[in-house]
Design a protein around this ligand. Structure first.
Ligand code: NOJ
Ligand code: CA
Length: 566
């Protein structure tokens, strides 16, 4: 506790201590409940965007056999699970997030046999497989919707959300579409409007209709029976809409969707009961997992969906929007730290297929120092780290001209909004013409920096970002304190320095991160300064621990991780 007192001294010298809600109660629960290794809690999950990962048959689109060929790479990287963005048959208006058959594999990705082989090969390497379930909406090419729109009397009519307009020219209410404009589309042949939260080709399912709910729950069982280990639930908290279809209140914004408070088209109370029903199904199987994409919700709402009888996790996206500063990063860990961790296990995400890459947000030119600081933060926080393909080599977003755009959002709003193609460019395996991703021109442009920024080069360079990620994953894997120990902030200042401990009953890990370019010193209380530390990770070739007179000096943008036995 003396070190905590020392934080007070630091405060007087301008350091701001972290106001931690961590309580003794939380720690006891952790020690009591978390004695066994759990893949989804203690491991690291790697997101694959299959279209852009590896193309095995030379059609310019990534596929399952391509992923299979890279499993050893993933095992060497040290990941414990892969999450595959959707691989079901899809017309690809939203690249797989418009599903035309929940029970199949799109032939462009391979066959069901290929999928089974991938599952077996991944499992043989200790890698779990998470599927992406997109159950808020289907493709408009799904047979259910084709039936549904064919007549008002069709048995599938109520599978989707059909309403009369306010008058022949006005939709049922003011709800918008995330991808722009109204959320309702008029269907002249039956004279009604259907609701689509995303593209008009992605009609929303009517979850209030019992046959839909039953079918959706069957989809879970179908893939669980095949042996998949878990699910990422696409925009799950949007499944239910207001039963009275009330207008959303307006607020200031430019496009319709952003100018509304999403009171009635999202996050309705009915979801909680469904989350519990989903968990009951998962728990019929051993060690299965679900993480929800909590869309439009803040971290407080995300937390409510998690728990022992709810989802295992719900995404907290705050780290995707952090500014480059010690304070901004530390703030993302703050909220979870106030919770009962046994019930609400956090996850940490810095990249995904919908947002500009962290390397483009934080990297300076082609330098990777900052990315090492960010990686060390992500991989030493409490909570399951999610990596996104290419993050480990510092892939940057591609820049496209109008004719090269593929994402519907970019196509609609360019140049006002560039859309999400930037972070979806093909994986950079080597420096060859199509980056070792494919033998032909890929579906989306390869980043020109692939000639030097690629897996092959970074494997040969011990100082590379890839080696740094590998090291961090290895260190995390060998440390229970890093996997599930308590998170104890030491200090952080607004811009540069962040330092914290991860601690369990047997070990203490000290993480010191310098977000700034100039040198800083971390002041340690006597209990910490006088410990017998071992150097675990340094991003600047530090040869020894280097604590002198209670100060740990850090050079610009340095990561230093130390460990001692308690
Ligand atoms: C969230 C997915 O991450 C995004 O890519 C997709 O466009 C929407 N959900 C709609 O499914
Ligand atoms: Ca292919």
């Amino acid at each position: 506790m003396k070190d905590i007192a020392f934080v007070d001294i630091l405060l007087r010298f301008g350091f701001i201590p972290f106001s931690t809600g961590m309580s003794a109660r939380t720690q006891i629960i952790e020690v009591g409940v978390m004695s066994d290794w759990l893949w989804w809690r203690d491991g690291v999950i790697y997101q694959i965007y299959p279209r852009s990962f590896a193309d095995s048959n030379g059609d310019g689109i990534g596929d399952l056999n391509g992923i299979m060929g890279k499993l050893d790479y993933l095992a060497d990287l040290g990941v414990d699970a892969i999450w595959l963005s959707p691989i079901y048959p899809s017309p690809d208006v939203d690249f797989g997030y418009d599903v035309a058959d929940y029970y199949g594999i799109d032939p462009k990705y391979g066959s069901m046999d290929d999928f089974h082989r991938l599952l077996d090969e991944a499992h043989a390497r200790g890698i779990r497989v998470i599927m992406d379930l997109v159950l808020n909406h289907t493709s408009d090419q799904h047979p259910w919707f084709i039936q549904s729109r064919s007549s008002r009397e069709n048995p599938y009519r109520d599978w989707y959300i059909w309403r009369d307009g306010r008058n022949p020219h006005s939709p049922p209410n003011n709800w918008g579409s995330v991808f722009g404009g109204r959320g309702w589309k008029f269907d002249p042949s039956t004279g009604q409007w259907y609701y689509h939260m995303f593209a008009p080709q992605q009609p929303d399912l009517n979850w209030r209709y019992e046959p839909v709910r039953q079918e959706m729950l069957n989809i879970f069982r179908y893939w669980l029976d095949k042996g998949v280990d878990g699910f990422r639930l696409d925009v799950f908290n949007e499944y239910f809409k207001d039963d009275q279809f009330r207008d959303n209140p307006w607020k200031l914004g430019i496009r319709r969707f952003e100018s509304q408070k999403h009171v009635y088209d999202a996050d309705r109370p009915e979801m909680m009961e469904l989350v519990e029903a989903i968990r009951l199904i998962l728990d019929e199987y051993s060690q299965r997992y679900a993480v929800g994409e909590t869309y439009l919700a803040d971290e407080k709402r995300a937390v409510e969906f998690t728990g022992l009888s709810r989802l295992h996790a719900a995404f907290d996206f705050s780290l995707l929007h952090s500014k480059w500063s010690a304070a901004s990063f530390m703030k993302t860990a703050q909220y979870w730290d106030t919770l009962n961790i046994a019930d609400h296990w956090p996850n940490n995400v810095m990249n995904n297929h919908d947002n500009p890459r962290s390397a483009s947000r934080y990297g300076r030119g082609e330098k990777d120092e900052r990315l090492k600081v960010a990686a060390a933060f992500l991989l030493t926080l409490r909570g399951t780290p999610f990596l996104y393909q290419g993050e480990e080599i510092g892939m940057r977003d591609i820049h496209l001209n109008a004719s090269e755009l593929r994402d519907p959002v970019g196509k609609k709003y360019w140049p006002l909004k560039v859309g999400r193609d930037g972070c979806r460019s093909p994986m950079q395996w080597d420096g060859s013409e199509f980056s070792g991703f494919s033998s032909v021109k890929p579906w989306l442009k390869v980043h020109p920096n692939h000639t030097f920024r690629n897996v092959e080069n970074q494997l040969q360079d011990p100082e590379s970002l890839l080696h740094f990620y590998r090291k961090l994953l290895q260190v995390r894997k060998s440390s229970k304190a890093l996997q599930r120990g308590m998170f104890q902030p030491i200090t952080f200042d607004p811009q540069r320095l962040a330092a914290y401990l991860r601690q369990d009953d047997s070990e203490t890990v000290l993480v010191a991160l310098n977000f700034g370019r100039r040198k800083v010193r971390l002041g340690l209380g006597p209990d910490l300064a006088n410990r017998d530390w071992e150097l675990l990770v340094s991003s600047k070739n530090r040869s020894a621990v280097g604590i002198k007179n209670r100060w740990l000096p850090l050079s610009g943008e340095e990561v230093c991780i130390l460990k001692s036995w308690n």
